[in-house]
Design a protein around this ligand. Structure first.
Ligand code: GDP
Length: 424
């Protein structure tokens, strides 16, 4: 089993949460290593339906250790709200099953405000931020202008550090944006309400991972968003502000020397994209509405309708390579059951030239999709559990993708429930 990362191959929302929930059974720890409260993983199990933003999806499995690594945007307010929500559903969350890296940087209350202020300033040129403060947070982390989770253990040192940051941040809030300044009272209240309750969970997660690795325990790394949103390798500037690639997992979790045994890349049977930016092959009108409805494609965090399109072989092959995927989980195949003919984007046309390669971000704007149609199956496949029982057209669709992206499709998901899966 070893160490495995479950990552998104495309723009995010591929169904990673459901795959992690399924696969955690075989793992001793589940680790989040990047991102924050800006996207959600939807998990449906016997306890209910949950949109997890920060908590690792292993939180529902007894005996699994859940780790929030140093690479995450640790938002105490969101985290504490999520801990309370999941606890209310009857899931015990204790320092034994949830561990927060002492080296994780804190998303401070003004990061959310700055996100909203900057999007307002950009007006119709905005990036479509979820306004969870993620971009201002990561900017400040790299400017060394935020606080490490471990500092919460020493209230006097913490207060002094916050005071310093407050002075600097108020210059930006008032001077650049003409907004209200923050006060120390506000920060004290934030510490009291949201930071103090999470202190018992804060620890050296690298140490835990090191010990687990020595004992040959199985560790699962859970990514947020997908390869095309990676800060360095995605569709910049319409990326997220962190690294969504599997290669970042060891760095963002506390054990940089760790080697991954497996990378499961999650691909949706069609494409969706939230927010702004180039999205080659985007459907419009009735065709788009029908697919959006069939797949219930609305943002887990914002409720925003997602943009939809056919499966994009060019972007998916690029994502598979960037992630170093060793196997693929293809999700939501059941959603396509209504289509008579299924469109697939097999290549791009850029400035009149056909290409198999994913273009440089600024060239993407001029890319047009080359569409092929595959035969649909037109029957309900959500109850099927064996590969051989899938209609031939459905198998052909899966094999077509597998062949085109050059990576084995090991899992085919035909419904959101834990057991709605075909393992090949
Ligand atoms: P994530 O961020 O990658 O975990 O993606 P989402 O949270 O957006 O998950 C995708 C949505 O699709 C969730 O509502 C899941 O419950 C649902 N889902 C996942 N797999 C399947 C599937 O195979 N079929 C159907 N119909 N729904 C699925």
């Amino acid at each position: 089993m070893g160490n495995c990362a479950i990552v998104g191959i495309n723009w995010g929302d591929e169904g990673k949460g459901r795959m992690v929930d399924l696969l955690t059974e075989s793992f001793d720890a589940v680790v989040r290593y990047q991102g924050g409260g800006n996207a959600g993983h939807t998990v449906i199990n016997e306890k209910g339906k949950f949109a997890l933003h920060l908590l690792p999806s292993g939180i529902f499995r007894e005996g699994v250790i859940n780790i929030l690594g140093n690479g995450v945007a640790l938002d105490p307010e969101n985290l504490w709200a999520e801990i309370r929500e999941v606890t209310r559903a009857g899931v015990a969350i204790t320092p034994a099953n949830l561990k927060i890296s002492e080296r994780a940087s804190l998303l401070l209350p003004w990061h959310r405000d700055l996100d909203a202020l900057e999007e307002a300033r950009l007006a119709d040129r905005q990036y479509g931020s979820t306004k969870q403060g993620i971009a201002p947070f990561y900017s400040d982390k790299y400017q060394k202008k935020t606080v490490l989770a471990g500092e919460l253990r020493d209230p006097a040192v913490l207060r002094e550090h916050l005071q310093e940051l407050l002075e600097w941040k108020n210059l930006i809030l008032t001077g650049v944006y003409g907004a209200e300044p923050y006060t120390m009272e506000k920060l004290d209240q934030w510490v009291e309400e949201y930071c103090k309750p999470i202190v018992p969970f804060i620890t050296d997660t690298g140490r835990i991972l090191y010990d687990m690795q020595k004992k040959d325990r199985n560790i699962l790394f859970e990514a947020q968003l997908g390869a095309l949103r990676d800060l360095d390798y995605g569709i910049y500037p319409y990326t997220t502000s962190s690294n969504t690639l599997a290669a970042y997992a060891p760095i963002g979790s506390g054990l940089p020397s760790l080697k991954l045994t497996d990378v499961v890349g999650v691909v949706k049977a069609y494409s969706t994209c939230v927010g702004e930016g180039p999205f080659v092959g985007e459907m419009s009108g009735e065709e788009a509405d029908r697919l959006r409805e069939a797949g219930a494609e609305y943002g887990a965090k914002t409720g925003r309708p997602r943009r939809v399109g056919p499966l994009d072989i060019v972007g998916t092959r690029y994502g598979v390579n960037m992630q170093g995927a060793t196997k693929i989980a293809l999700t939501k195949l059941d959603v396509l059951s209504y289509m008579k003919q299924i469109p697939v984007c097999t290549q791009y046309r850029v400035h009149g030239e056909i290409t198999d390669d994913f273009p440089f971000p600024t060239e993407l704007e001029s890319a047009e999709p080359v569409i092929t149609y595959l035969e649909g199956w037109n029957c309900d496949i959500s109850g099927i559990r064996e590969w051989r029982d899938l209609p031939e057209a459905a198998r052909r669709y899966v094999l077509f993708i597998e062949n085109a992206i050059g990576c084995p499709i090991k899992y085919v998901s035909v419904g959101p429930e834990r057991d709605s899966i075909i393992i090949r």
